[in-house]
Design a protein around this ligand. Structure first.
Ligand code: SF4
Ligand code: SF4
Length: 304
């Protein structure tokens, strides 16, 4: 069976409308709106799978109102030392790249918030004095949204520093999409959680706005996507509020601008009320479906 298609929706800058675009794209590919787009029937025969990977502040559920039916813990396996076996040789501390375990005199200290659960200390302990215990870092949720979207999100526990393992476990939990579209709503920025979200994606959609801030962060996001060798396209949200520099940048760098969403006070008010963009502007459904078709064309997607 052919793999599905993964589209990561990202933005260098927070507040650009990334989740608004991701949710509207997913909704536009559901049965309710779909009859007009059948270019890739094998991909669209099933409802999209939507992953909210912004695990520090997930908010796609506000637009998609999922009915959550499954929960699972996100855990890291953290070393625990049996000091009755330990000889305090210090090897565990030497092999730890993250300074998450230290041997101080006749005591071994583990710092769970620094630990990346790499297992290296456990593997290298000559006395088999280390075993691993699950340490909760967050929660995973899965349910049905807008009637048929298969929705999942991760939520990092307050105070936990590492979003990446929650994102990785969310992606593993939901599995690879087979013959369907997966939309991954990325965290903002251009750091590890964003890279983790984009890894394995077939396409990245970067949402920006035509302001100096939008351009600055778009540049950073483009660098990340290009380093990952993933094809990308740009959505300019709040078109009309700024200047032409984002358009010029995209033209000069050969980045396709797949959609421009004009700034409208009524869109902003509807979104502030928790409506999704297609409720606020149903006439834009075709634009999202055409954008999806343009993405398929750009990457030369061949239906199975
Ligand atoms: S490697 Fe094992 S034996 Fe050596 S200090 Fe660490 S826990 Fe103790
Ligand atoms: S599991 Fe890895 S990161 Fe954690 S303490 Fe051991 S070596 Fe360090």
């Amino acid at each position: 069976m052919k793999q599905g298609m993964k589209i990561a929706v990202a933005s260098g800058k927070g507040g650009t409308g990334k989740t608004t675009v991701a949710a509207a794209l997913a909704l536009s590919l559901t049965e309710a709106y779909l009859p007009s787009i059948r270019e890739a029937p094998s991909l669209l025969a099933q409802p999209p799978l939507f992953l909210d990977c912004d695990v520090e502040a997930p908010n796609a559920h506000l637009f998609l109102n999922p009915d959550i039916r499954q929960e699972a813990p996100a855990v890291l396996l953290i070393p625990e030392v049996d000091e009755t076996k330990c000889t305090y040789c210090g090897l565990c501390a030497q092999v730890c790249q993250y300074h998450a375990i230290a041997v101080v005199g006749k005591h071994v200290m583990v710092f769970p918030q620094l630990c990346h659960a790499c297992g290296s200390c456990t593997l290298n302990c000559p006395e088999n004095a280390i075993h691993e215990e699950p340490h909760s870092i967050g929660q995973l949720f899965r349910g049905q949204a807008a009637g048929e979207i298969d929705f999942a999100q991760g939520l990092l526990n307050v105070g936990e520093p590492m979003a990446v393992p929650v994102i990785t476990q969310l992606k593993r939990w939901t599995g690879n999409p087979q013959n369907r579209v997966m939309i991954l709503d990325s965290p903002p920025g251009a750091s590890c959680p964003v890279v983790s979200t984009m890894q394995g994606a077939d396409y990245v959609l970067l949402v920006t706005e035509p302001t100096p801030f939008g351009l600055h962060d778009l540049r950073l996001a483009v660098q990340v996507v290009e380093a990952l060798h993933i094809p990308l396209g740009v959505v300019i949200n709040r078109d009309g509020i700024g200047d032409e520099r984002v358009e010029t940048f995209c033209r000069e760098h050969g980045l396709p601008v797949l959609m421009r969403i004009p700034f409208r006070r009524e869109f902003a008010e509807a979104i502030a009320r928790g409506q999704n963009l297609l409720e606020a502007a149903p006439e834009r459904v075709g634009d999202f479906q055409e954008m999806f078709a343009a993405i398929l064309d750009q990457i030369g997607w061949v239906p199975s």
